[in-house]
Design a protein around this ligand. Structure first.
Ligand code: CDT
Length: 309
């Protein structure tokens, strides 16, 4: 018997920021659409409750403190949880998180996995923070994730939920083989990833014409090499000078794209994911136990610092 989970990807347009309430209202509308289309879970973009504020410098981090969530759910996000419980639909939500640890402020780029009872079953904090921590004067916009966030401290977890083994990562994480492999080693069957990807990388424009290609390349490779579905969901549209690429996609363990956004607007993409297909690949081509030969790969530290011939 197939183990089907219907995944909705809620690609969302960056509108001028009006606050959480209108944003949550839009998210609820997309959640209702997803439910009407038979989805079991809906995936929202990275930092879905704020603008992509890492593009601009502020002298004092307090100036952007209203973009961080101190509690989840809080008063303005609770309606999303209530609607999810009513509709019996799960969700992945990316947001900026603020916590105090031994009187020290910590800021994370976070995602949560919420099940069909509106219970938070998993939390992930972004590990691969791109860009820089200082103001760069000659760039059209900044890429200040290292300034606004601490490196995530929860590792790449997986959770048994909604009939499968679920994993999460956030945006730049999807470019790194380790992200998928760690979850692959833990048996992941569906990886959810929200992202905000500019069509021009402000610190180096050399590869700009390849940004859309690279987006799909990494998710397709990660899916295939780790026998998992991947649902990548973008925020789209312009924030100042920065235009985001879009290209939300759901990818099968074969590496094939099974759903892809065709617009740069709010758009729901839907993938019917048979998690048993992930198991088929895990038991054959990518049976790690049978075919993976880590003891023969060479000691990684020997290669660090090697010079080119
Ligand atoms: N959000 C995120 O991680 N974006 C990076 C590019 C940042 S450029 C300001 C990405 O890898 O898509």
């Amino acid at each position: 018997m197939a183990r089907i989970i219907v995944v909705g990807g809620a690609q969302m347009k960056a509108e001028p920021y009006e606050g959480r309430v209108p944003l949550v209202r839009r998210m609820i509308e997309m959640m209702r659409e997803a439910k009407a289309c038979g989805c079991d879970i809906i995936v929202y973009p990275e930092l879905a409750l704020s603008p992509f504020f890492v593009l601009e410098w502020v002298d004092d981090l307090d100036e952007v403190k209203h973009f961080y969530e101190k509690e989840m759910p809080g008063p303005e996000t609770r309606p999303l949880f209530e609607e999810a419980a009513k509709l019996e639909i799960g969700f992945y939500l990316g947001y900026a998180e603020y916590v105090e640890c031994s009187n020290k402020a910590k800021r994370y780029n976070t995602s949560i996995l919420v099940d069909k009872n509106a219970e938070i079953v998993g939390k992930y904090r972004k590990v691969h923070l791109p860009g820089h921590a200082d103001y760069k004067k000659d760039m059209p916009y900044q890429g200040l994730e290292k300034y606004y966030f601490d490196v995530g401290d929860l590792g790449f977890g997986v959770w048994r939920s909604m009939g499968g083994v679920m994993g999460m990562c956030i945006c730049n994480d999807r470019r790194w083989a380790e992200t998928y492999r760690v979850m692959g080693l833990k048996g992941v069957e569906l990886i959810m990833v929200g992202y905000n990807t500019p069509n021009s990388m402000p610190w180096d424009t050399t590869f700009d014409q390849l940004t859309y290609f690279h987006n799909h390349l990494v998710m397709q490779a990660g899916a295939y090499q780790n026998s998992t579905f991947v649902a990548g969901v973008a925020r789209v549209g312009k924030t100042g000078e920065c235009d985001l690429i879009g290209g939300s996609a759901i990818i099968a363990p074969s590496g094939e794209i099974i759903a892809c956004a065709s617009s740069k607007e709010d758009e729901l993409i839907i993938g019917r994911c048979d998690l048993d297909l992930a198991q088929k690949y895990k038991q054959s081509m990518f049976n790690f136990e049978e075919h993976r030969r880590i003891e023969h790969y060479g000691i990684i530290t020997e290669q660090i610092g090697a010079t080119a011939p």
